[in-house]
Design a protein around this ligand. Structure first.
Ligand SMILES: Nc1nc2c(c(=O)[nH]1)N(C=O)[C@@H](CNc1ccc(C(=O)N[C@@H](CCC(=O)O)C(=O)O)cc1)CN2
Ligand SMILES: Nc1nc2c(ncn2[C@@H]2O[C@H](COP(=O)(O)OP(=O)(O)OP(=O)(O)O)[C@@H](O)[C@H]2O)c(=O)[nH]1
Ligand SMILES: [Mg+2]
Length: 460
C-alpha cells in the first residue's frame, strides 16, 4: 500500500525554508535516492560513508560549474523526519541559487514534492499518527501562545494518547462481550454487566470532554470575534483605541462618527480577540449611517462576544434592562460595560444601576478599569477553569468523528438497557472503533489523505 500511495521509490525535493531571499535556505530531499543524487552533485566526499546526523561542508557542482558552497546534513532512514533517507542542503539564500540547486537535483532524478508530502510520508511510515501530522500544520500557523501550546501538545502525542486510552476501553468491552458470545451455548451471562456499563460510561465521559473542548479549541485557533456595540457617542471608538493603545478609530463628540466597521486584533493572555468597532445603533435618515447600523446588526450575530457599551450618564437602568432582555432573547453572549464613570461620582452610578448584575464600570477615555475589562473578556471565552494541559480539540474533522463515536456509544448503552444481544452491541463498538481510527489515521483512504496534506505548505 505504501508503494501505491507514495510512489515508494520516488525521491522528492523542495525548498523547506520560506520563499524569497534569506541568509540561508534549506533544500530537503527524501527517498531512497536522496544520498545517491546528492553524492552526484557533491564531489568533496562520499556521503554514503558518513554517519547519520552529521554535517558536511563542500561545493554543489552541476555540469562542471560550481553553484554554491553548502552544508549537507544527513539523516539515514528510518532515523529521519519522514522515516526515509533524508538530506538537507543548506545553501546561500538567493532565490537564484535555490532554483539552480533544485534544477540540478531534479535533473539527477528527484521530483518536486507536493504540499505536505514530507509529512505525509512521515505519517505513512508510522513516524506520526494523523493527529500529530495535522498538528504540524497548526504549529506552523500558530500565532499566539495558546494556539502554539495546543498544537505543540497535539504534535507531542497528547491527543493520540487520549484516543489510545479510549480505544483500550472499547476493546476491553468488546473482548468481554465476545467471551459472553463464546459461552452463550452454556447459557451463562459471562460478562459482568456492571463492568460493561462502567466502561461505556468512562468512554462517554472522555469523549464528551473532548467534544466540549472544541468550543475552546476554536477560540484558541481562530480567535474570538468581539463586537463593541452601543448607542452613538457611548465611547466605542474611544474604547477600541484604549484597548489597542493607539489612535486607530476616529473619535468625536458628534453622534454617528463611526460609519463602517473597523477591525483590529488584540492579543490578551495568548488569546486573539478580533475587536470590531461598529456604528452606534439608532434610527437614522442618513443612508450611509443606516447601512452602518445594518452592518452592526450583522456583526452582533457573528460575534463570539458582544461588548455592550453604554454611557452611564445618558442611560437609565430601564433602558439597559430592555437591551439585556433583547440580547437574552437572541441568545447573545454579551458583556455589559458602563462608560464615562469619570463624569459622575462612582457611588452615584453604582446606586443608579444597583438592580442590574454584572456591569463593568470603566472610563475608556481615562483608561480606568480597562484591564478589568480585558480580564472579563478572557473569562467570558474561557468559561470555567480550563487547564491548558488538557487536550483541546481544534480540528473540525476530529470534532465530527468524535460525535460519530459518541453516537455509537449511545447505541451501545441504549442497547444494553433494552437487552440487545451481545453480537449487536459488538457491532456498535466496532463502529465506534472505526471512527476513532479515522481520527488517528488507522482507518483512512488515499483521497482523504491527499486532501488533508494538500492544505500544508510546500516543503513541509
Ligand atoms: N533542519 C531541520 N530542522 C527541523 C526539521 C527538519 O526536518 N530539519 N523538522 C521537521 O519538521 C522539525 C524537527 N523534526 C524532526 C523530527 C525528527 C528528526 C529525526 O532525525 N528523527 C530521528 C532521529 C532522532 C534522534 O536521533 O533522537 C528519528 O526519529 O529516528 C529530525 C527532525 C523542526 N526543525
Ligand atoms: N468623559 C468621558 N468622555 C468619553 C469617554 N469615552 C469617550 N468619551 C467621549 O465621548 C465622545 C464619543 O466618543 P466616541 O468614541 O467617538 O463614541 P462612539 O461610541 O464611537 O460613537 P459613534 O461612532 O458615533 O457611534 C467623544 O467626545 C469622546 O471623547 C469617557 O470615558 N469619559
Ligand atoms: Mg465610533
Amino acid at each position: 500500500m505504501l508503494g501505491k500511495l507514495t510512489g515508494f521509490d520516488d525521491t522528492i525535493v523542495a525548498v523547506a525554508t520560506a520563499p524569497g531571499l534569506g541568509a540561508i535556505a534549506v533544500i530537503r530531499l527524501s527517498g531512497s535516492q536522496a544520498f545517491d543524487i546528492t553524492n552526484s552533485l557533491f564531489p568533496s566526499k562520499d556521503l554514503l560513508l558518513q554517519a547519520s546526523h552529521t554535517l558536511h561542508f563542500g561545493g554543489i557542482i552541476a555540469d562542471g560549474r560550481i553553484i554554491d558552497e553548502v552544508v549537507v546534513s544527513l539523516y539515514k532512514g528510518p532515523r529521519s523526519y519522514t522515516g526515509e533517507d533524508v538530506i538537507e542542503i543548506s545553501c546561500h539564500g538567493s532565490p537564484y541559487i535555490q532554483q539552480q540547486i533544485i534544477d540540478a537535483v531534479t535533473k539527477a532524478g528527484a521530483r518536486l514534492a507536493k504540499p505536505g508530502e514530507f509529512t505525509q510520508r512521515a505519517f505513512l511510515n508510522g513516524k506520526l499518527d494523523l493527529t500529530q501530522a495535522e498538528s504540524v500544520a497548526d504549529l506552523i500557523a500558530s500565532n499566539s501562545a495558546a494556539s502554539h501550546q495546543t498544537a505543540m501538545q497535539q504534535m507531542r502525542g497528547g491527543f493520540s494518547k487520549e484516543l489510545h486510552l479510549l480505544r483500550e476501553q472499547l476493546i476491553t468491552f468488546s473482548a468481554l462481550i465476545e467471551l459472553e458470545l463464546d459461552f452463550s451455548q452454556e447459557d451463562v451471562e459471562f460478562a459482568d454487566r456492571t463492568r460493561l456499563y462502567e466502561l461505556v460510561t468512562a468512554a462517554n465521559t472522555t469523549i464528551r470532554h473532548l467534544i466540549d473542548s472544541f468550543r475552546m479549541g476554536n477560540v484558541i485557533k481562530n480567535g474570538v470575534n468581539t463586537a463593541i456595540v452601543g448607542k452613538p457617542n457611548a465611547g466605542k471608538s474611544t474604547l477600541l483605541n484604549t484597548l489597542l493603545n493607539e489612535n486607530r478609530a476616529i473619535v468625536s463628540d458628534i453622534a454617528g462618527t463611526t460609519r463602517d466597521t473597523i477591525e483590529e486584533v488584540l492579543n490578551i493572555e495568548g488569546i486573539l480577540f478580533r475587536l470590531i468597532d461598529t456604528a452606534g445603533i439608532r434610527e437614522s435618515n442618513d443612508t450611509i449611517e443606516s447601512i452602518g447600523v445594518q452592518k452592526t446588526m450583522e456583526k452582533i450575530k457573528e460575534a463570539g462576544v458582544v461588548v455592550y457599551l453604554f454611557d452611564v450618564n445618558e442611560n437609565s437602568a430601564e433602558d439597559l434592562q430592555q437591551q439585556i432582555d433583547s440580547f437574552q432573547a437572541d441568545n447573545i453572549n454579551f458583556l455589559l460595560v458602563g462608560n464615562k464613570t469619570d463624569i459622575a461620582g462612582e457611588s452615584a452610578i453604582q446606586e443608579k444601576f444597583s438592580k442590574i448584575q454584572g456591569i463593568l464600570f470603566i472610563s475608556a477615555k481615562n483608561h480606568a478599569h480597562v484591564d478589568d475589562l480585558k480580564q472579563a473578556l478572557v473569562q467570558k471565552v474561557l468559561s470555567g477553569d480550563i487547564n491548558t494541559e488538557d487536550t483541546i480539540i481544534t480540528n473540525a474533522r476530529h470534532h465530527s468523528a468524535l460525535q460519530e463515536v459518541l453516537k455509537s456509544l449511545h447505541d451501545v448503552s441504549n442497547g444494553m438497557d433494552n437487552g440487545v444481544p451481545g453480537d449487536l452491541l459488538a457491532l456498535d463498538i466496532r463502529r465506534a472503533l472505526h471512527f476513532l481510527g479515522e481520527i488517528t489515521g488507522e482507518v483512512t483512504n488515499e483521497d482523504r489523505l491527499d486532501y488533508i496534506f494538500s492544505k500544508f505548505c510546500i516543503g513541509k
